[in-house]
Design a protein around this ligand. Sequence first.
Ligand code: UP5
Ligand code: MG
Length: 192
Amino acid sequence: MSDSLYKVIFVLGGPGAGKGTQCQKIEKEFGYVHLSAGDLLRAERKKEDSQYAEEIERHIKDGSIVPVEITCALLARAMKDSGKRNFLIDGFPRNKDNLDGWNETMTNIAKVSRVIFFNCPEQICVDRCLDRGKTSGRADDNKESLVKRIDTYTNATMPIIKHYRSQDLVTEIAAEKSQDEVFEDVKKVFTS
Ligand code: UP5
Ligand code: MG
């Protein structure tokens, strides 16, 4: 029965910790499908006919968290549309609402096999996002949004990492090193 479930690895860490960068490398080398919850929300926000566009825009600018019904529906649709079975879900679940919503709607569909936590010092996270902000066009790569993003990460997301730690599911990876050095540590998760 459990073989019919999607296999999911959650990828968490602060803003700019390198979740997206490392997930792209994992996707390429280990064949998982990378789904960034933030990217899915940004794509939904851009759709002219989306009833959620304004709400998503507001949350992203505020560094607060979009209601789980929206995010989970986008994730479930992307999983189904991919036609694949193994997923890296990047940047989700970020708070208790996300966790509860996932457990309610996805427990019979997907099994969370691991949580990779990219642990990165706050100042490095902020510097990376501000640097990216020079060219990214992201509405939240600015000082004001970053204060809120860090606050949300510390107060809402860290407890989720703690929750999964208590289930012995978390692999923590130091994320302040170079991209290639971080990936050397990531590889061990997939080859051991
Ligand atoms: N970079 C990466 N690795 C580096 C390294 N080792 N050394 C030096 N530089 C490195 O990297 C960020 C930048 O750093 C890049 O320029 C990269 O080249 C460089 P990236 O890989 O993009 O880091 P990532 O952790 O993915 O950072 P991101 O900014 O995407 O993280 P957030 O978690 O803040 O953003 P996300 O897109 O996940 O969410 C944005 C918002 O969407 C949230 O604040 C929230 O409002 C909303 N959201 C929800 O509401 N619900 C969700 O489930 C998800 C998002
Ligand atoms: Mg990202």
